[in-house]
Write a protein that binds this ligand. Sequence first.
Ligand SMILES: NC(=O)C1=CN([C@@H]2O[C@H](COP(=O)(O)OP(=O)(O)OC[C@H]3O[C@@H](n4cnc5c(N)ncnc54)[C@H](O)[C@@H]3O)[C@@H](O)[C@H]2O)[C@@H](O)CC1
Ligand SMILES: Nc1ncnc2c1ncn2[C@@H]1O[C@H](COP(=O)(O)OP(=O)(O)O)[C@@H](O)[C@H]1O
Ligand SMILES: [Mg+2]
Length: 277
Amino acid sequence: MINLTETIVQTVVNKRPKQSHKGTFGKILIVAGDKNLGGAAIMNAQAAVYAGAGLVTVATDSVNKTAIHSRLPEAMVIDYHSDFTKLLESVDVVLIGSGLGESIDVLKKVLNKTKDEQVVILDGSALTLMASYQLPLPAGQIVLTPHQMEWQRFGEVPIADQDKEDNNWEALVSMNPEPILVLKSDQTQVYLENEVYQLTVGGPYQATGGMGDTLAGIIATFAGQFHPLGQAVLAAVYTHSAIAAELAKTNYVTLPTAIAKQLPQYMKKMAEQEPHL
Ligand SMILES: NC(=O)C1=CN([C@@H]2O[C@H](COP(=O)(O)OP(=O)(O)OC[C@H]3O[C@@H](n4cnc5c(N)ncnc54)[C@H](O)[C@@H]3O)[C@@H](O)[C@H]2O)[C@@H](O)CC1
Ligand SMILES: Nc1ncnc2c1ncn2[C@@H]1O[C@H](COP(=O)(O)OP(=O)(O)O)[C@@H](O)[C@H]1O
Ligand SMILES: [Mg+2]
């Protein structure tokens, strides 16, 4: 097991090249938010925009359109009941599942059309629905971001057995393609290429609804602008909780939206530091 430290973010987040444009930093499609859970889509998208995504489009229930536009004019919004195949085919990263509720038709539609070269992040209700409907993993470079209950459902590893790495590896190697697993808890771990990475920052001040939606938005955006994928995921996981820990010095709870707002500042600081190897 390897402890994650700030070094991962200092390594991954670097100064932007001058010769660049919005297409350079990742096109992200977020599929999230049913009629009642539009906040999840907002938190995904806010994290994505503030972490530096070149272009963010949110496919969501149409009732969420005005709220997203008014909170986040940088993001584009489309009705997820419409045909958005062209858009789906054009993006680098698909993040699906936060607050998706029971929208199984939307989930199936998207999972059937992803491509091998796309990064596909499966969060929240996507994992719960895939477990109940026994859906296979889609094409793509897959990142799973379950909390312990979702991993119990999706990976079929009981929560009580998730502290043993072998149990989680056993579930992962049976999946095709083998995904990266971000197993979220008060001791979040990342399973990546035969190694387990342990998060050592963060705390109970993060136990607020929407905290995982924010993390998923950061992971999606880091995947869109930093490479290789595994390193980008590790840096995103560390960034999310490091900002929370910093805010917790003066705040009893650290709201997901407050973490998102700190992203540009934290990333600037990390980009200017050499990795402490
Ligand atoms: N404002 C919003 O729109 C929000 C939408 N959300 C979405 O709502 C959907 C349902 O997600 P939930 O996670 O609430 O519901 P779930 O029913 O999937 O799981 C939550 C339950 O799992 C149990 N649990 C055990 N270990 C846990 C752990 N380590 N972390 C978290 N829970 C653990 C807890 O009893 C908890 O009540 C997701 O798609 C999620 O993205 C949530 O993010 C909450 C905020
Ligand atoms: N006690 C805790 N200590 C450290 N991190 C926590 C704690 N409680 C929650 N978190 C973090 O908050 C996030 C919660 O994710 P999740 O349960 O998916 O939230 P939501 O679906 O409501 O957005 C995870 O990153 C998890 O590690
Ligand atoms: Mg969640």
